[in-house]
Design a protein around this ligand. Structure first.
Ligand SMILES: [Ca+2]
Length: 450
């Protein structure tokens, strides 16, 4: 226990909170350990970076919490007032100002009641160091269509300081194709809430149309804007936004292959990737770090229904998906959002929503910590059929290859050429774990030497 803790401190870069991993997976060259930063959250919906040391997140019932990455300590910085919390409505998207904390502003998307009708607004909050809390400053956009289903609600600020908001169709399929309605649209504003300059439709925040329920949005390093969206019972989509682009809903779902006539008639955009049956994609972020080479230049996508991450590798120009893999399936339950902070990757669960099955720790904020591995301890490798007894290594079959003996650090202690023998004597200087590796087959076996 002590040793583990020391190792984690030595690595420094990463969290020492709850150092015991709650799950791990093996990629080709990287082992990823999942570390719980904190539990006991209530449907966390959107995360953003507060600093190197903390994450800011919304909880859908209305709180904004700051979670320390050094000790997991969680503090409520804000409780939203006059909000509508029912079904998928509540406190949703959150983004810090690009110059935070020099410009200590935070933007949130939240639903509210106008008489009994649910609408959505974007509020600007200000952080005070004196009180160590956020306070309401101004509603910069209001009276957006909303409801308790297909609400969208993800906020994002891009590299040109434009404020994006995804809006679902609110279960009204007549409206996503109607350019004058805001249902089923991706909207783009200036940071003061005015319509972004250069938007494709006059006097409108609408950037793209024909969306069903987009719940994730991110900008890649090549400034491509990508959006994840929930399909009906098939065809969840990852889309690359284009100014004025039509993403098809409800006239076409998923790929235009087989739907060419409809797609041509509305000039629909082709998704980068589709998932059928649906997996319920939510938050997305873009990773291009060096510590997980298998995931470089990828979109990391949270999936609610399929309880996993989807990793979408992008082409060099970021206009196409080249490979899609999955990770951590069924390890944490429903996953709502993903946050990439340089080399660090975080996710939050959504097991306390109406569709989840929470355990006592839910909901959780989890960090994925990478370790390089050389394949020696890869759990996917086959096991050598060998055991240790009384100073000797015994094989169940004669072995006609060279066997490496390594210590736990991967250093080679010796190489034994077996030449059809079934046993060899180990040096009595070896104690603890040693690893055998067959140089022909690469099969390995861990042995404990008392
Ligand atoms: Ca579509």
């Amino acid at each position: 226990m002590r040793k583990t803790r020391f190792l984690i401190l030595l690595l420094g870069l990463f969290s020492e909170v709850h150092a015991q991993p709650i799950a791990q997976i093996w990629l080709e060259e990287t082992r990823l350990e999942a570390i719980q930063i904190t539990g006991g959250l209530e449907v966390p919906w959107s995360m953003d970076s507060w600093s190197e040391e903390a994450i800011l997140l919304t909880e859908r019932p209305g709180k904004i919490k700051r979670v320390s990455l050094t000790n997991g300590e969680t503090k409520v910085l804000y409780e939203a007032q006059n909000i509508a919390v029912e079904g998928q409505a509540g406190l949703l998207g959150l983004q810090t100002h690009p110059e935070f904390p020099d410009t200590p502003l935070v933007f949130i998307a939240t639903t509210y009641y106008d008489n009994s009708i649910i609408r959505m607004r974007i509020d600007r909050l200000r952080y005070s160091e004196t009180t160590d809390s956020l306070s309401f400053e101004q509603t910069i956009v209001s009276d957006l269509p909303s409801g308790n289903s297909n609400t969208g609600g993800r906020l994002f600020i891009d590299s040109e300081n434009k404020l994006w908001l995804t809006l679902g169709d609110i279960k009204d399929t007549d409206l996503p194709q109607d350019e004058s309605s805001l249902n089923g649209k991706v909207l783009r504003y200036e940071l003061d809430g005015s319509n972004a300059s250069g938007n494709p439709f006059a006097n409108s925040p609408v950037y793209s149309i024909g969306h069903r329920n987009p719940q994730g949005i991110v900008e890649t390093s090549l400034n491509e804007m990508l959006v994840s969206e929930h399909g009906p019972s098939s065809d969840d989509e990852l889309n690359r936004l284009t100014s004025g682009g039509n993403f098809g809903w409800p006239l076409v779902t998923g790929s235009c292959v087989g739907n060419e006539a409809v797609c041509d008639s509305i000039n629909a955009e082709e998704p980068l990737f589709t998932w059928s049956p649906t997996i319920a994609p939510a938050g997305i972020d873009y990773y291009d770090g060096a510590l997980i080479p298998e995931w470089s230049n990828s979109i990391i996508m949270a999936a609610l229904k399929d309880k996993r991450l989807s990793i979408v590798s992008l082409s060099a120009d970021h206009k196409e998906a080249t490979e899609v893999t999955t990770a951590f399936t069924d390890k944490f339950g429903r996953i709502r959002d993903v946050l990439v902070m340089g080399e660090r990757i975080f996710l939050c669960t959504s097991n306390r929503d109406a569709l989840g099955t929470p355990n006592e720790d839910d909901d959780r904020l989890i960090e994925l910590v990478p370790y390089a591995h050389n394949g020696l301890l890869d759990r996917e490798a086959r096991q050598l059929d060998a055991f240790y007894h009384d100073g000797m290594v015994w094989f169940n079959q004669p072995v006609n290859s060279q066997i490496q003996v390594l210590n736990i650090l991967g250093q080679i202690l010796e190489v034994v050429d077996l030449q059809n023998r079934t046993e060899f004597r180990l040096s009595d200087t070896y104690h603890g774990l040693v690893i055998l590796r067959d140089l022909d087959s690469n099969d390995t076996k861990k042995l404990f030497i008392p």
